[in-house]
Design a protein around this ligand. Sequence first.
Ligand code: GDP
Ligand code: ZN
Length: 493
Amino acid sequence: MAKKKETSTEEELSADDLRIVKKKKTTKKKTTKKSSSKKTTKKEKSTKKTTKKSTSKTTKKKTTSKKIEKTDFIQSSCNVGLVGHVDHGKTTLVKALSGTWTEKYSDEINRGITIKLGYAEAAIAQCPNPNCNLVIAESVANNLRKSKKDQKGMCPNCGTKLNFKRRISFVDAPGHEILMATMLSGASLMDGALLLIAANEVCPQPQTREHLAALGIAKIENIIIVQNKIDSISKEKAIEHYNQIKEFVKGTIAENAPIIPTSAIFNSNIDIVSQKIEELIPSPELDDESDFLFNIARSFDVNRPGSEIESIHGGVIGGSIITGKINMGEEIEIRPGYRSKEGKYSSIITTIESIYEGSNSLSSANPGGLIAIGTKLDPSLTRSDQLIGNVAGKPGTLPEVQYTVEIEAHLLKEVLGAEEKIPVTPILKNELIMIVVGTSLSAGVVEKIGKKNTITLKLKRPICALDGSIVALSRRIKNRFRLIGYGYLIVSE
Ligand code: GDP
Ligand code: ZN
């Protein structure tokens, strides 16, 4: 009987609930001695590195000011998440902030990669005029031009040519409640978030509440609240709604977040949003001395049916670099990797043939926005997101594949995403728990409940993740997986 149930879960897990998000620094650590000493070393290293880097010409530091030139492409240094209830305008806002730049480039394959990744980014620019100093997203400035014939890349205030400041990329979090666990896991890797709240609906809507809770759990503190669709209500209603938002965020991680009224569809106040992003969501320090670690959030085959053999491109994996750096031509290992008919996994080794951020080709990449890596793999191995949830690293550096995991679990008081209040009861032996770690989704039966809230799960699908990785925990309640808590992975070496 148990067997049958397991199969249905497996099917459910492999469905489209893997519309995964993004990554960054996994090691939000447990407070063991070992981990804190590790952390110090990392910090020391990065300090050392920063000193060294400041003298190097190729440094891509966030403070560098450069002219906006397409040929001098600088990778995004920051991931900004978009969260909020479905239809509140996340996609529209991303479009307003990032422009329709993907259409400007002609190469069909590159554009295909961009679209498949759901990738969007914005170049943040600053006006060099000392009396102005306006900070604005480049495409927002372009949208504010009086006429389409006016030159692009100019300050909308004073007309001076803008300087490039940094590039940020957007993480469009899934809005559906069933994807909460995924959102949470992705949220832990956002450097900051825009919480969209539509002004023509009562606040909070269910997913507004859930997503804010997830930001709290993942400790994403750099939050900007966007009160969108302001065009659709009266001034009085807008003020009333603003007060609802204020009341709603009281006592939460977003208590002091600014609330910016916008109309994403009419491009109004989008410049303020871009300024606030610059002000409140800084790029994290680069850490390219650690081992290269890449979380695979998408995988695909970019070839069109019937392509000539000579023009076939190898399999493409998309995702974000968590730590380290990767160069073109290097070898990578992918884990857990291939699944044999018997259900055993073996890692895949391949070579990097191309690296893209959006439509831009890179020769090397650091942690930052979503990137696509072209490999020598047979594209049938990467088709249709088959490699989602895998990680890539330099051969021999990845953690062991884990079929059984130990997790330090922290339960919420109430189930998130339910209409009624459902208290979270303790996790029981033999119960089925769904987990999300990085981009990897699995489920397992509780084999053991240990001391200090630890649980041991025997997984249906193995994972490959670092000690201390944040894990979202869900259980089946009324035929649906609901988020009940989070935890930290304990990997004994
Ligand atoms: P998402 O589900 O949060 O990504 O929402 P979308 O961006 O897809 O927007 C949902 C609907 O709201 C679309 O029909 C948009 O055109 C519309 N919409 C988005 N922003 C605004 C806005 O500022 N004002 C109005 N009136 N409609 C908007
Ligand atoms: Zn200016």
